[in-house]
Design a protein around this ligand. Structure first.
Ligand SMILES: [Mg+2]
Length: 260
């Protein structure tokens, strides 16, 4: 009753997935991006944006929560691209990601300016408090620690809220080093943050692996610094992706590291 062709495809997929999840020889330190790699940023951000919407009665400005979400995400994504390229400061990003959507929603200038600081604080507090991890994240870190690997976090997020995410999600005790762009003033993919992380670990680039969901920042940066890299892409159908002219394995689920 089995369709032979279908079975063959399944076996090929399983083989690709297994190959994609092999730890490169000699790796001692495994560095993870935090947002959307370990921490469920997408779900947490939605909760935080909904909290802001209700607390500040944003239905005055937007025709429903979804319009607010869409407007915020559109501006925020564009601002993060600029921030990751070091074209705007963190202050500018944190100001404009509320200022611009509210201006679009017709909020008058005076009210927009007076709300800005509170929105930044309330949003980041709610974002860090959810404690939501991606499926398999805690089990993966627990396993890697038990096997003697050293674990680092390498993130472009903001210092206060990133530490709060590690605490609220109950993984801070599994992490040996936290390196944030905030701490040294450069963002991934700038290789200086990878070199800084390397000095913190005391191992070589070849003994280091970066796991992250962003090809442009996590993966390209790691490769330029000479590290091993794997792309976490749960929705991808590919076993590998090309970044910087190199074939990079795709992790579809963090649970696959339980074989390491
Ligand atoms: Mg990320």
């Amino acid at each position: 009753m089995c369709d032979m062709k279908y079975n063959t495809v399944l076996e090929a997929d399983a083989g690709d997935a297994a190959r994609a999840c092999i730890l490169p020889d000699g790796v001692k330190w495994i560095w993870f991006d935090l947002d959307d790699t370990l921490y469920d940023f997408a779900a947490s951000s939605l909760i935080a944006l909904r909290h802001v919407y209700e607390k500040y009665n944003f239905k005055r400005f937007f025709a429903g929560e979804n319009v607010w979400f869409e407007t915020y995400h559109r501006h925020n994504a564009a601002l993060w691209q600029l921030y990751n390229r070091a074209e705007i400061t963190q202050e500018k990003l944190r100001f404009d990601r509320f200022y611009l959507p509210l201006r679009e929603g017709g909020v008058e200038e005076k009210e927009n300016l007076s709300l800005n600081h509170d929105l930044d604080v309330v949003y980041l507090e709610a974002l860090g408090a959810t404690g939501l991890l991606l499926d398999g994240a805690k089990e993966a870190l627990t396993h890697l620690k038990s096997r003697g690997y050293m674990i680092g976090i390498l993130s472009n997020g903001f210092s206060g809220v990133q530490h709060e995410k590690l605490r609220s999600s109950g993984i801070v005790h599994l992490v040996d080093r936290i390196v944030l762009s905030d701490d040294i003033g450069v963002n991934k993919p700038d290789r200086r943050i990878f070199d800084h992380a390397l000095r913190q670990s005391g191992v070589s680039a070849g003994e280091s692996l970066m796991v992250g969901d962003n090809p442009d920042t996590d993966i390209a940066g790691a490769l330029r610094a000479g590290w091993n890299a794997m792309l976490y892409a749960p929705h991808s159908h590919d076993a590998s992706v090309m970044v910087e002219g190199m074939e990079i394995p795709v992790l579809h689920h963090l649970g696959c590291v339980l074989n390491w």
